[in-house]
Design a binder for this molecule. Structure first.
Ligand code: PLP
Length: 408
């Protein structure tokens, strides 16, 4: 993905801060740093609000970026927060999310975590096994409460995940197999302190084809309606998970959120569906779509060399700060920001951009097209706002930790 000055100014991060805005940071560069734009986050949330029917509520999957200042900013936009650990629940509360805007999901919740979630009266605990439901019921009984839960289902379909993140269909640690759901519903009806208020299905991440998200969403809603009918239930909420993608390479295209919105609107307005969805909340809990564009990672080139005809740029930052490229084998787009700042003439070359760690896993991009690189140049790795800073391995090789800066 080659970015010239004009392309870069159209990138959602630079739309808010501008190339000149980043110049100041790059000019004072001392060590690798993540820079986040709060405005880029607002823009993504507004895009969702503009095109996706209001019936669909938006939650932020905190795991994609739990930075406190960003969480506070996201809370100020009015959306909810999806959490996956005690720490995330506490961070959400600290950032100002009220408990009725926090949901809790995860395949391995401890009793301590469940007890905290129940005592805080969170909007919902999404249960992923029958044993977990029994524990929730026991804790709720002790506290004299009836706890709303949603069942996380592992369905027999997926939305076409191309890089393994959630894992698609088949055996999974997430949720309860669809075939086991009738037995689980029958059993949980006997538990007096549990209120089954909905289902949750999240089966694929990083999806760019709007048609795939649309079909998957319709399939999930249909499953919920079928279960309601079969077991005489009345759900408050259907949680459709996350999964809206953003492009990382030239071969990928932006998700057409407008078309997705039109498709969703058509579906929920079908007469037989509209009546049955009345009074129910439909929820998307998006991570990457909200936070990815908001972050860039600045790193300095220490050395350049050639190996077997390939250009190599060795940077001071590496996968100890930004692990995702190595973790899922997905190159991240990068630009030679020094060349752009200095208006150097275009001399695009292909580079392997690699960090200082003693493992060949330590690469951001094995074939990045950038302006000719010289030692001392500052590179900006793009789309690092999601699954970046907190998904890294900062202790490896006892390197310096990266910093985080947020621009309001
Ligand atoms: C339960 C749950 N919801 C939502 C998300 C967010 O996914 P994405 O970043 O693809 O939107 C995740 C990510 O792993 C998740 O585990």
């Amino acid at each position: 993905m080659y970015f010239n000055r004009k392309d870069l100014s159209r990138h959602p991060f630079f739309k808010s801060i501008g190339i000149s805005g980043l110049k100041d940071f790059a000019g004072k560069y001392s060590s690798p740093v993540f820079i986040y734009s709060a405005e880029a986050i607002t823009r993504q949330i507004n895009l969702f609000r503009k095109y996706i029917p209001q019936k669909f509520k938006l939650f932020y999957a905190q795991k994609s970026n739990p930075n406190h200042a960003l969480l506070k900013h996201i809370n100020s936009t009015g959306i909810g927060c999806q959490t996956a650990s005690l720490g995330e629940i506490k961070s959400a509360i600290k950032a100002g999310f009220t408990p009725d805007k926090i949901m809790f999901t995860g395949p391995g919740k401890t009793e301590e975590e469940l007890s905290f979630a129940i005592s805080k009266n969170l909007l919902s605990v999404n249960a992923e096994s029958f044993r977990e439901i029994e524990i929730i019921s026991r804790i709720a009984k002790r506290k004299g409460r009836i706890q709303d839960i949603m069942l996380r289902i592992n369905p027999a379909f997926e939305a076409g995940e191309t890089t393994r993140i959630i894992g698609g269909k088949g055996a999974s640690k997430f949720g309860i197999d669809y075939s086991q759901i009738p037995g689980v519903i029958a059993a949980l009806k006997k538990l007096s302190n549990i209120n089954l208020c909905g289902i949750h299905i999240f089966n694929s991440s990083g999806i760019l084809a709007y048609g795939k998200i649309l079909k998957n969403t319709i399939d999930v809603i249909r499953i919920a309606l079928e279960l309601e009918e079969k077991f005489n239930l009345n759900f408050k909420r259907i949680d459709l998970g996350g999964g809206f993608g953003i492009p990382y390479s030239n071969s990928e295209k932006e998700l057409d959120i407008k078309k997705l919105g039109i498709g969703l609107k058509d579906f929920i307005n079908k007469k037989e569906i509209k009546n049955r969805l009345a009074g129910k909340e439909l929820v998307f809990e998006l991570g990457r779509f909200i936070s990815a564009y908001s972050g860039i990672y600045l790193t300095k080139v220490l050395y350049t060399k050639k190996s077997c005809g390939k250009n190599i740029a060795i940077t001071d930052g590496g996968i100890h700060h930004l692990l995702r490229p190595a973790l899922i084998g997905q190159s991240f787009p990068a630009v030679n920001f020094s060349a752009i700042m200095q208006n150097r003439k275009k001399e695009a070359e292909s580079y392997l951009i690699a960090g200082p760690l003693c493992t060949s896993l330590d690469e951001f991009n094995s074939d990045a097209l950038l302006n000719k690189i010289y030692p001392g140049d500052i590179l900006a790795v793009l789309n690092c706002g999601a699954y970046g800073f907190t998904e890294s391995m900062p202790l490896f090789l006892t390197q310096r930790k990266s910093k985080e800066i947020i621009i309001q």
